[in-house]
Design a protein around this ligand. Structure first.
Ligand code: ARG
Length: 570
């Protein structure tokens, strides 16, 4: 099954345009927003008529005349100023749906030109807890990786850990003078954060501490064995905590090349850019200037400070060089918050100067807000640690399951609460446009109504319960027939899955897929209300079972691409 209704209609419309002597590439067909007049539509006649100063309805009639539906659809109808409306043939739809049930790809065509893509996401900072800001990057990045892989791209996920930088001077000083070993055992990252904070406070009043912390940093940078060893512990203890979160979320990385990995490359890179005339000295610092780019004309990319220190941008440029050399990727995607937009503009502009051929994309996102519509914080004003948030999600889901299905065995309740709780958090993220600042609301994301993970999981569970009632009889692939409007509407929604999944990568918008699954679940409920399944007979019963099976198949696959699991009951 390597076609979708849209692809099929587009191909046929293009053939019709060519037959009329019109440019075929102008024949795009889109799913109709309002299906009263057709399932798909095209405005090619209007656009082409305008260019040729011809009558659009006449041109539409000519195209419609030349159109060969080949059993996929009848001749398109002409509406309004010259729209072409296509109505899918119910027999074709039924055959395609049958194919979908047996298709591991659920009707999603593989990408025509597979690419090698590096996805840089999550990338939290060592010795600091991962907070809700990192959740967006982690969840979005993981979903984009899943979808890109599913479409046949070669994906390398890389966690660009913030494991190098000035904060380590303070933490090292704290480790040597203020460390509480028991606290470190109990809550390693918590203790590191405390050290950082306490040293920071001490520095304000005591210039000696400030100097001492700076010396610790210099020693670390010069490779002092003791400081290196402590730093290693900081990294490994922090990573263990991050890894725990990734395991819970089912997120994995192919590489974990933190900022420290590139440190040796920074000096030579700056020298090279100076030699090549790409970078210039300016008041003791080194910058790449962009007089030709209006937005960056007065915002050069600083790559070496006057004190000789390197910057975040220097590391990112060295990282790009390394990635290009090692993987020769077509693209690198950076999933990082909107506040880093300027940083990436500068880095990408500098990379272009260096002649880097790779497509570099900053996939930005907005903030998560608390119910008070301010940046989400704990009561004491700190960032909410991700770990606590996930614990709470599971606990709340557990309460919901207790309420809904108290007879389930405990172990199953645990499993379902994990799937529902974590799914709710992920889905709340993915169902938003990524640039939206969204309010983190437990009651909304865990609701069984509306565009939520529990709603979709529940729709899946409903379908599965039909098959449980039925016993073990599998749905056999034989002829199916749809006569009811709700049957056809559901079948078409399910076939559109193959159209929507590739779209997600066009603008990096997983919310398109989330919304599609929501619409499919709604179409299922409308069908299920209007059409008895187990009480029906003969080919009607069989066709409806196939629809149910296809619904479960698409919901499960779609949620899986969003990193959300489904329970068999809940
Ligand atoms: N560590 C950074 C942060 O927490 C994100 C790094 C993003 N990746 C990159 N190549 N700059 O904000």
């Amino acid at each position: 099954m390597n076609t979708t209704p849209q692809a099929e209609l587009t191909r046929r419309l293009r053939a019709a345009l060519a037959a009329c002597g019109l440019p075929p590439e102008r024949g795009d067909v889109v799913a109709a927003a309002d299906t009263r007049f057709g399932d798909y539509q095209a405005n090619a006649a209007m656009v082409l008529a305008k260019e040729a100063k011809a009558n659009p309805r006449q041109l539409a009639a000519q195209i419609s005349e030349a159109f060969d539906g080949g059993g996929v659809c009848a001749r398109p109808e002409i509406a309004g100023p010259g729209f072409l409306n296509f109505r899918l043939n119910p027999e074709w739809t039924a055959r395609q749906l049958l194919a979908l049930v047996g298709d591991a790809r659920c009707g999603v065509p593989a990408a025509e030109s597979p690419q090698r893509i590096i996805i840089d996401f999550s990338s939290p900072n060592i010795a600091k807890p991962m907070h809700v800001g990192h959740i967006r990057s982690t969840i979005l990045g993981d979903t984009l990786a899943r979808i890109a892989r599913f479409l046949g791209h070669e994906v390398v996920t890389d966690n660009h850990l913030g494991d190098w930088g000035t904060q380590f001077g303070k933490v090292l000083y704290g480790w040597k003078h203020l460390l509480d070993r028991d606290a470190l055992q109990r809550d390693p990252v918590g203790e590191m954060t405390r050290l950082y904070r306490d040293v920071n406070a001490l520095e304000q009043s005591d210039p000696d501490v400030h100097r001492a912390a700076r010396d610790e940093l210099v020693k670390l940078q010069q490779g002092d064995p003791e400081n290196r060893a402590i730093w290693n512990q900081l990294v490994e203890l922090s990573w263990a905590e991050f890894q725990d979160i990734y395991d819970r979320l089912g997120v994995r990385f192919d590489e974990r090349l933190g900022e420290s990995f590139y440190d040796p490359a920074l000096g030579p890179l700056v020298d090279k850019l100076l030699d090549a005339g790409i970078a210039q000295k300016s008041e003791g610092a080194v910058c790449v200037f962009f007089p030709e780019i209006p937005a960056l004309a007065d915002k050069p990319c600083l790559i070496r400070k006057s004190d000789g220190g390197f910057l975040y941008a220097t590391t990112d440029l060295a990282t790009i060089e390394y990635r290009v050399e090692r993987w020769a990727p077509h693209a690198v995607w950076y999933v990082t918050g909107a506040p880093q937009q300027l940083h990436f503009q500068q880095v990408f502009a500098a990379a272009a100067r260096m002649g880097i051929p790779t497509r570099l994309e900053h996939i930005a996102f907005g903030s998560i807000l608390g119910e008070d519509h301010k940046l989400m914080k704990t009561r004491s004003g700190d960032n909410v640690p991700l770990r606590d948030l996930l614990d709470e999600a599971v606990a709340r889901a557990r309460a919901m399951i207790e309420d809904k299905n108290p007879e389930l065995p405990d172990a199953e309740k645990d499993r379902i609460s994990r799937i529902v709780g974590l799914g709710a958090v992920k889905y709340a993220e993915l169902s938003q446009h990524r640039m939206t600042d969204y309010v983190f609301s437990w009651s909304k994301m865990l609701s069984l109504q509306g565009n939520t993970a529990p709603y979709l999981q529940n729709a899946y569970v409903r379908v599965r319960s039909i098959f449980r009632k039925l016993g073990t009889v599998p749905v056999e692939a034989k002829e199916v027939r749809f006569t009811e409007a709700t049957e056809l509407a559901l079948a078409q929604k399910l076939l559109q899955f193959g159209e929507v999944v590739p779209l997600v990568l066009h603008e990096f918008r997983p919310n398109l897929l989330a919304n599609h699954l929501f619409e499919a679940a709604n179409a299922f409920h409308a069908f299920y209300e209007a059409c008895p399944v187990l009480k029906a007979e003969g080919i009607t019963r069989h066709s409806r079972l196939v629809l149910c099976d296809a619904t479960a198949h698409v919901l499960k696959k779609g949620l899986d691409l969003l990193g959300v699991e489904v329970p068999e009951r809940m």
